[in-house]
Design a protein around this ligand. Sequence first.
Ligand SMILES: [Zn+2]
Length: 111
Amino acid sequence: MVGAVEQVTLTCQRCGADSTHELAYAGRLLVTSTCTECGHTIERDVRDRYVADLRHRVASKPRRMLRRFRRHPVSYACSLPRAVASKPLDVLSELRLVLRAASDVQRKDTE
Ligand SMILES: [Zn+2]
């Protein structure tokens, strides 16, 4: 599992079918779209935007966490170990997705 994957029905650019496409996101950014009928994949190089987005997410986190803490101190404290443990992994898998898509885009450009 890399990033967040969403399934949406779209018309495929290659096979023309209205088929289920798997959209892979890194944070809020769409990175790849894959047609489940023919396997056609569209990849986007979102490195710059992802880094900018990540910086924003990290920068806005303390305020967000503080707000949650004020509202629900106990449930927030209980949820903390899991949230803290899972976040770096999320970012790592997102980064992997972003970098893989970017290198694929570059390879296709030079072909
Ligand atoms: Zn297709």
